[in-house]
Design a protein around this ligand. Structure first.
Ligand code: NI
Length: 265
């Protein structure tokens, strides 16, 4: 039994707020009580068959999503796809997976051990995408993973959840562009991810993006709690293609830097 599309995003949103206290404030700040249209959400995983991108994607396909674009992040060893719903006000979904076989033997061994703990029925369960880590990871394993791949450490610790929600600036009342949104955020005291510049992309590539740096939150590992980067908020301004329709894809060079919003320092 799967979710309906609104129920799925409401569950993802409530789970996201629990570890991203700034998101509640930012949502209130920009929405002022009105509905905010999300451009997209993002979810991370490993490419081992039991929990890979295709397994996660099926949850969205079941509620009406279709695959639309594919991306490669060479240095981060990630493959990603994006999915869209026939209702343009439903968020796009960006799912990435770490190509585990390209990583060190040590990382491969740890990730394999984590995924082996997961019964095959679990990733098919209705609540899988908003239920956090389905495995037990120790502090030592987390440290080894994050030392090699920030993405692997984050995914092992936080598991399945929305890594970020993204305000669709074109549909945001009171703001016309990302520059104004960024200024408002900084004036309100939020730290923006400056990797590659505060604004990633340009009108030339039909997409501009910015993001806050992730909050810090308590994550319970198998042998104790750690205080680590959790999730962040992103902002996207899109431009029209020559045919007059809004560009709905992603720009790999920009997304590459957005991934760094969960760096711990
Ligand atoms: Ni994003």
């Amino acid at each position: 039994m799967h979710n309906n599309v609104n129920e799925l995003f409401e569950n993802l949103w409530q789970q996201y707020l629990k570890v991203t206290p700034s998101a509640k404030n930012i949502h209130q700040f920009f929405g002022n009580g009105e509905t905010i249209i999300n451009d997209h959400i993002a979810i991370r995983t490993f490419n081992l068959p039991k929990v890979n991108l295709a397994v996660l994607a099926q949850h969205f396909i079941d509620v009406g999503y279709e695959e639309k674009g594919q991306y490669n992040f060479e240095s981060k060893k990630l493959t990603a796809k994006h999915f869209e719903h026939s209702d343009p006000n439903q968020p796009k979904v960006f799912i990435s997976e770490l190509r585990v076989e390209e990583c060190s033997q040590q990382l491969q061994d740890i990730v394999t051990e984590l995924v082996e703990q997961v019964d095959a029925s679990i990733p098919l369960a209705k609540n899988f995408l908003y239920n956090g880590a389905p495995w037990q990871v120790s502090k030592a394993q987390y440290e080894l993973l994050i030392g090699e791949s920030e993405y692997a450490g984050w995914t092992a610790a936080w598991g399945y959840r929305a890594n970020h929600f993204t305000v669709h600036i074109n549909k945001l009342a009171g703001y016309n562009d990302i520059e104004t949104v960024n200024e408002a955020l900084k004036t309100a005291g939020y730290t923006l991810n400056a990797a590659g510049g505060e604004i990633k992309g340009s009108s030339d590539v039909l997409l501009k993006q910015s993001s806050t740096m992730a909050d810090k939150a308590t994550c319970t590992l198998s042998d104790g709690d750690v205080e680590i980067a959790s999730c962040f908020y992103e902002f996207a301004q899109r431009y029209n293609m020559p045919n007059g329709e809004e560009y709905t894809g992603f720009v790999a060079a920009s997304a590459d830097k957005i991934f760094e919003s969960t760096n711990n320092s």
